[in-house]
Design a binder for this molecule. Structure first.
Ligand SMILES: *Cc1c(COP(=O)(O)O)cnc(C)c1O
Length: 370
């Protein structure tokens, strides 16, 4: 590596030691590289249906107001969410993607003297927001690829202020049992804030879904985060939300930028939230796609981590990087997860039946070549 620049040495230690988030490879980039179109991207857990037509109409209807600042309080969307969850609007925080909420909660509660607990293989944004502040990350070894809640509870120290739980987790898709999770959250000491990241909540089957919103009454330190990026198909607009006590929301609200959600995102999210047909279509498509992919893995004699999300992580039992590259050459983008300490796995987002088929054909061809 080159000698660090003088500027690099000025950065706080946590930032010097962190790595930037690695996004899925953009379709346009691969198109340029290969000089071909018709790329299949199953790499960022996006909704393969495209945005809901109702959301697109709401965007069109709002475009003429773009000269104005957005509603910085998110009045209409917060009221719609409050009604859906039987909460007060004062318990809702809107974010520029739910990622922003992860950052807000870190900036609200952490200093370099404090620590954060999260699991091995957990979502990459947890270490990023922790290191941006220079706080200490306590990474607890995974149990069957998922969160080891007992070990996580034991690793909390007097300096711990935050615990991140991803349920389901990305990139493993693992899901915690409702009673175990509830007991864990209720057992946390009062000096710890728990962030329950439910970015994939809508994809979880009815039996698997936690009624986490019901825990808010008893847990003033709980922040539940959800998003419009995944099941609601609006990843490009950047909008997510937090559900919490009013006290928690009040604190996060002090830290956020005054206009953190743009007006098109606010309008589209409100429309998408009301579009129950789109959500149901999304869930049905995901279930079929999950069956299609796992059946193919079985045929190919590959193991996968059972997933409750809109993606599945497959074990190739050898370095995944050459297979990822060979798939790229065939115009299929999936996600390597070596940065999650899973060098032999690839994460595949569930696409349309046709996209899944392109991936399955490409994987079959690649595996017969190596
Ligand atoms: C995708 C994802 C998010 C949310 O991303 P936003 O687009 O910022 O809402 C949050 N947590 C996990 C675990 C995710 O995979």
């Amino acid at each position: 590596m080159n000698k660090p620049s003088a500027l690099f040495n000025l950065a706080i230690t946590g930032v010097q030691h962190s790595s930037p988030y690695i996004p899925g490879k953009p379709v346009e980039e691969l198109e340029r590289e290969l000089g071909l179109t018709g790329i299949v991207k199953l790499a960022s857990n996006e909704n393969p249906l495209g945005p809901a037509p109702t959301a697109l109409r709401a965007i069109q209807d709002s475009v003429s107001e773009l000269t104005r600042y957005p509603d910085g309080s998110g009045f209409k969307l917060k009221h719609a969410l409050a009604e859906k969850y039987h909460l007060s609007p004062s318990q809702i925080t809107l974010g520029n993607g739910s990622n922003e909420l992860l950052e807000l909660v870190a900036r609200t509660f952490l200093t370099p003297d404090l620590s954060v607990v999260f699991a091995q293989h957990a979502f990459a944004v947890y270490p990023i927001v922790t290191q941006a502040i220079g706080a200490k990350a306590i990474v607890v070894p995974a149990l069957n690829y998922g969160h080891d809640l007992d070990a996580m509870l034991k690793s909390v120290t007097p300096e711990t202020r935050l615990v991140f739980i991803a349920n389901p987790n990305n990139p493993t898709g693992t899901l915690l049992a409702q009673d175990a999770l509830e007991a864990f959250i209720k057992a946390l000491p009062v000096h710890v804030v728990c962030v329950l990241d439910e970015a994939y909540y809508e994809f979880v089957s009815a039996e698997g879904q936690c009624d986490s919103v019901a825990w808010l009454d008893a847990c003033p330190n709980l922040l539940i985060t959800r998003t419009f990026s995944k099941a609601y198909g609006l990843a490009g607009l950047r909008i997510g939300y937090g559900l919490s006590s009013s006290d928690m929301a009040d604190l996060l609200n002090r830290v956020r930028q005054p206009f953190n959600n743009n007006s098109l995102a606010l309008a589209a999210a409100e429309a998408a939230l009301a579009d129950v047909d789109y959500l149901q279509k999304t869930i049905d498509l995901n279930q079929h796609g999950m069956q299609q992919l796992t059946a193919a893995f079985k045929t190919l004699d590959l193991e996968w981590i059972p997933s409750a999300g809109n993606f599945v992580t497959v074990d190739l039992k050898r370095s995944a990087q050459p297979i990822y590259t060979a798939l790229l050459a065939k115009g299929v983008i999936v996600r390597p997860v070596a940065n999650y300490e899973l060098p032999n796995h690839l994460r595949i987002s569930i696409g349309t039946a046709a996209e899944n088929q392109v991936f399955i054909a490409a994987l079959t061809a690649v595996l017969s070549d190596v």
